[in-house]
Design a protein around this ligand. Structure first.
Ligand code: G6P
Length: 486
C-alpha cells in the first residue's frame, strides 16, 4: 500500500485543521472508507475503484483538501488531516445512499453511460436526491477553497457540482474529469434531465474525458441540446449579458502510478508468492487471469462462456490451463448487480462441475478484493490477462498488468470497447460480443511465441511507463492553468 494510505492507518487522526485550501478535490468517495469492526473499533480502508490510486500521487505533492463520502450511511465526521491533506467528510443518510448513490448514480447514469448494457431506471425522487447531494458536496468545496483557488471535481456521481461551485464561488477555477464513458447522443437523449446535467458539467472551465470519442459525444450533446457554439474543443457559454466564457472539453486518458508496481514486481517475496500461486493450481502450462469489480459492464460472462466452450471443444485441456477470476464485490444492493452475481456464479459452477478433475480446476473464482501485493503476485503468475469489458471508461487493470511485466512476457487480451484500447495497440484486440472471435483471441494468446510476446510487451510497457498518472494529472492541470491565464 502507498505511503499516504499507510500513514493514515498508522497515525492517529489529528484534530481538524481545515484552513482554506488552494487545491480541492471533490469525489464521491474519500480516499479511505470508514469500517467499523464487530467490537465497534474504527479503521480506515482504501476505498474501491481507480480514482484514489490515480489522484493520490498528485495530492501528495500539493497541500490540498479532499471532499468526499466516507462510504457509510448516517456517519457525521469532523474534518481530519492525514499526511498533509485535509479530508472533509460529506454525510449521506441511508435514504440518500439508496436514492443518490445506488439509485441515480449507479442505476440511472452508470447503465445509461455504459451503452445501456443494463436498462437505466428513471425515477424523479432519485433525481431530486442527486440534486440535493450534489449541492452538499458543492457547498463543502466552496467553504474550504481559498480565494482564487482550484476545485477539481470527479466523476458521474457529481455532474452538477461544477455549476453549483461556480455559482457559490465565481473566483475559483473549476476542473471536472469524467472517469466513465460519455454516451452517443441517441442514448444520452433518453435522460429526462439531460439539459440540467449538461449545464452542471459546463460550470467547469475544463471538462476532461477518457477518449476523444467521449469528448466528441459530449460536444455533440451540447450543440444539439443547448445550441451553444462549439469550435474545436472550445464551447462558448453565454453569460446572459451578451458576452460569453469559454470552456474546453477534450480527452485526457488516465493512467496508473507505475512506481509501486515496478517495486512490488521486483520484490523476492512477491515473486515467491507468484510461484506459490502457480504451484497451488497444480502448475498448469498457462494461467489466464481476469480482475474486475463484479459489474455487468466488464464482460465477465462473455469471457467465461468463451473459455468454457474452448474446454468443451477440446481446444484447451483442464490439466493445462486455469482461469483465475477475481471478481471484487461491488454495489451489491443494486438489483442488476445481485442478478449478475447469480448468473456468473451459476456459469462458473457449471463449467467447474463439467470439467474439473480432483487435482485441477477450470476456474478459480474469487469473490473478494485483495491488497496490491497479492494483485501483483497474480499479475506475475498470469501468462494471459483477459480484459473483455463491453464498455469501460479506461480499464486500469490492463495498465497494471503491463507495468508489472518487467520480464516483457505475458499477453494482454483487450476489448476494443475500453478506453485503454486507444493507447494499447499491441494487445490482442477483441470484440467480446463475438464469442467465436474471443475464443480465437484466447487461443492466439495462449499459443503466442515468447518472441512475439516480448515484441508486443516492450511496446506496451513503453506506452504505459511514459504516460503514467503524473503525466495525466500534469496535462489536465496545465489545461486548467491555461484557461485561467486567458
Ligand atoms: C468506477 C468509478 C468510480 C467508483 C468506482 C468504484 O471506477 O469510475 O467513480 O468510485 O468505480 O465504485 P463505487 O460505487 O464502489 O464507488
Amino acid at each position: 500500500m502507498t505511503r499516504f494510505l499507510d500513514s493514515l492507518e498508522e497515525t492517529p487522526r489529528e484534530e481538524p485543521s481545515v484552513t482554506a485550501a488552494d487545491f480541492v478535490v471533490v469525489a464521491n468517495r474519500l480516499p479511505v472508507d470508514r469500517v467499523v469492526g464487530p467490537d465497534g473499533e474504527e479503521t480506515w480502508r482504501t476505498s474501491p475503484g481507480g480514482l484514489v490510486a490515480a489522484l493520490e500521487p498528485m495530492m501528495r505533492s500539493v497541500h490540498g483538501a479532499w471532499v468526499g463520502w466516507p462510504g457509510q450511511a448516517d456517519v457525521e465526521l469532523e474534518p481530519f488531516e492525514a499526511d498533509g491533506i485535509d479530508l472533509i467528510p460529506v454525510a449521506l443518510s441511508a435514504d440518500e445512499v439508496a436514492d443518490y448513490y445506488e439509485g441515480f448514480a449507479n442505476d440511472t447514469i452508470w447503465p445509461l453511460y455504459h451503452d445501456v448494457i443494463a436498462p437505466p431506471q428513471y425515477h424523479r425522487e432519485w433525481w431530486e436526491a442527486y440534486v440535493i447531494v450534489n449541492r452538499r458536496f458543492a457547498e463543502a468545496a466552496a467553504a474550504v477553497v481559498a480565494k482564487d483557488g482550484t476545485v477539481w471535481v470527479h466523476d458521474y456521481q457529481l455532474q452538477l457540482v461544477p455549476q453549483m461551485v461556480r455559482e457559490l464561488r465565481p473566483d475559483v477555477t473549476i476542473g471536472y474529469f469524467h472517469h466513465i464513458p460519455f454516451p452517443a447522443h441517441g442514448l444520452y437523449a433518453q435522460l429526462p434531465w439531460r439539459d440540467q446535467v449538461l449545464r452542471g458539467l459546463l460550470g467547469a472551465d475544463v471538462i476532461g474525458f477518457q477518449r476523444a470519442q467521449d469528448a466528441t459525444y459530449f460536444l455533440t450533446a451540447v450543440r444539439r441540446r443547448l445550441r451553444y457554439e462549439v469550435k474545436g474543443a472550445g464551447i462558448a457559454i453565454p453569460d446572459g449579458q451578451g458576452g460569453s466564457r469559454t470552456a474546453v472539453a477534450k480527452a485526457f486518458p488516465i493512467s496508473i502510478d507505475t512506481a509501486p508496481y515496478l517495486e512490488l514486481a521486483a520484490r523476492d517475496d512477491i515473486k515467491a508468492r507468484a510461484a506459490e500461486i502457480r504451484a497451488s493450481l497444480g502448475n498448469p502450462k498457462r494461467i489466464l487471469l481476469g480482475v474486475d469489480r463484479l459489474d455487468y459492464t466488464k464482460g465477465i460472462g462473455h469471457r467465461i462462456k468463451a473459455y468454457g466452450e474452448l474446454l468443451e471443444d477440446g481446444r484447451l485441456a483442464v490439466e493445462d490451463v486455469t482461469l483465475i477470476q477475481v471478481a471484487s464485490p461491488s454495489r451489491e444492493r443494486v438489483d442488476a448487480y445481485a442478478h449478475l452475481r447469480d448468473e456468473i456464479e451459476l456459469a462458473v459452477a457449471r463449467i467447474n462441475g463439467d470439467h474439473d478433475t480432483v487435482g485441477h480446476s477450470a476456474i478459480r473464482y474469487l469473490h473478494q478484493g485483495y491488497p496490491r501485493e497479492e494483485m501483483v503476485a497474480l499479475y506475475l503468475a498470469a501468462d494471459v490477462m483477459l480484459v473483455t469489458a463491453l464498455r469501460d471508461g479506461m480499464n486500469l487493470v490492463a495498465k497494471e498488468y503491463i507495468a508489472t511485466r518487467t520480464d516483457n512476457h505475458g499477453v494482454l487480451v483487450l476489448s476494443e470497447f475500453t478506453g485503454a484500447a486507444d493507447e494499447l495497440r499491441q494487445a490482442v484486440r477483441v470484440n467480446p460480443h463475438d464469442i467465436a472471435g474471443l475464443k480465437d483471441a484466447i487461443m492466439e494468446a495462449v499459443e503466442m511465441s515468447p518472441a512475439e510476446q516480448s515484441r508486443r510487451m516492450r511496446a506496451l510497457r513503453r506506452r504505459v511507463l511514459d504516460n503514467d498518472v503524473n503525466a495525466w494529472s500534469s496535462s489536465f492541470l496545465a489545461a486548467l492553468a491555461d484557461v485561467r491565464t486567458r
